[in-house]
Write a protein that binds this ligand. Structure first.
Ligand code: KG4
Ligand code: ZN
Length: 340
């Protein structure tokens, strides 16, 4: 029987329908345009938008999957981490639906769902954990930057994390300083395509440090100081792409350098990457060069599953169900700071 999954941890309202290991429907409604004028996600607006849209998105997902509620056998929802009021909307929706139909509800950690999305491929999309190889995984999004060692499915150890800003946050804050629309990540990616990554020399924080942690707030500050001294550059049509390419190169060098070094040290021959920043074309290209050079396998989450979506929540829930994990107690609360 199928499983209905709900994701509302930040500014995407998403519902997916999963049958075993296959995605039957994955409807994602992004609120990016709503938050753009504020330059970041406004929690109350995000929550109200989830409240308004979630029932419609759920109906749309069921229609796409051509299923009736009586054909569902389980529910799953993101229980954390995320914005507390936003999480509550999706969690309570799934809890109520599961209760009223007398079905189990699986509580899923959003970051763990990102961790498994590189194992999804094909059309229709399927999660293939039988292909699983021990891997070092880079999870890079607007809220998270983690290096994780996964020696076997459903078992992982955090190697490192960011001490301050996440990689996506650094893209977005640099984008704001450069006068780009929110979110800055995709805009920097687009403009950097026409620029020279060696035009300006920005720092590669923590790259030389012998640990797996990250720190991106210093890079953002150095972009700010540089632009304060050279305000004309971001107004120049020829220099803006060079600035974007140079900032992007600094972030990507750190991410690629650290994940490769961790894999070599751990004796691991597979690297995976997921989260919104994994949409970045230069990151995807540099990871694939670096892995090819070293004979390391690379699995990148498909771009449609890099940013937040309910398919990754449902696919992980199905794996947990198959592994015999128990569903959530009916009165379980959200956990906004739930660690991986
Ligand atoms: O995974 P996600 O949708 O949400 C979180 O869980 O945070 O990631 C959103 C982040 C944003 O910071 C956005 O700027 C970044 O992913 N992002 C990108 C690109 N596409 C999305 N960053 C760089 N290049 C991109 N192409
Ligand atoms: Zn995410």
């Amino acid at each position: 029987m199928a499983l209905l999954a709900v994701e509302t941890s930040c500014d995407e309202t998403s519902v997916a329908v999963i049958d075993g290991e296959t995605v039957l429907a994955n409807v994602v409604s992004s609120q990016i345009n709503l938050h753009a004028e504020y330059g970041g996600v406004v929690p109350e607006l995000a929550t109200r938008e989830h409240l308004k849209n979630l029932p419609l998105i759920a109906r749309q997902a069921m229609e796409q999957a051509s299923l009736a509620p009586s054909e569902l056998g389980a529910f799953a929802a993101t229980r954390g981490p995320g914005l507390p009021p936003a999480l509550m909307v999706g969690w309570k929706f799934a809890q109520s639906a599961a209760y009223s139909l007398g079905l189990p509800l699986f509580d899923i950690n959003h970051v763990e769902a990102h961790l498994y999305s590189p194992w999804v491929s094909g059309n229709p999309q399927r999660m293939n954990l039988k292909d699983f190889q021990p891997n070092v995984s880079l999870i890079v999004s607007g809220g998270h930057t983690l290096l994780v060692l996964a020696r076997e499915p459903m078992a992982h150890k955090i190697l490192g994390t960011t001490l301050d800003d996440a990689a996506g946050e650094c893209f977005d804050k640099a984008g704001k300083l450069l006068g780009l629309a929110y979110p800055g990540g995709p805009e920097i990616d687009r403009l950097a395509g026409k620029g020279n990554p060696s035009a300006y020399d920005f720092p590669r924080p923590m790259l030389g440090k012998p640990n797996d942690d990250f720190s991106f707030s210093g890079l953002k500050t150095s972009v700010r100081y540089f632009l304060d001294k050279n305000p004309h550059l971001k107004e120049s049509d020829s220099e803006l792409p060079n600035l974007c390419a140079s900032v992007q190169a600094a972030i990507v060098d750190v991410l690629v350098g650290k994940v490769i070094r961790a894999a070599e040290r751990e004796g691991i021959t597979c690297i995976t990457a997921s989260g919104g920043v994994t949409c970045n074309r230069t990151l995807r290209r540099q990871l694939s060069y670096a892995c090819e050079e070293r004979g390391v396998a690379l699995r990148l989450a498909p771009p449609s599953l890099c940013t937040d979506n309910a398919a990754m929540i449902g696919l992980l829930a199905e794996q947990k169900k198959k592994a015999g994990e128990s569903p959530a107690e009916i009165n379980l609360d959200i956990e906004a700071s739930w660690r991986l």
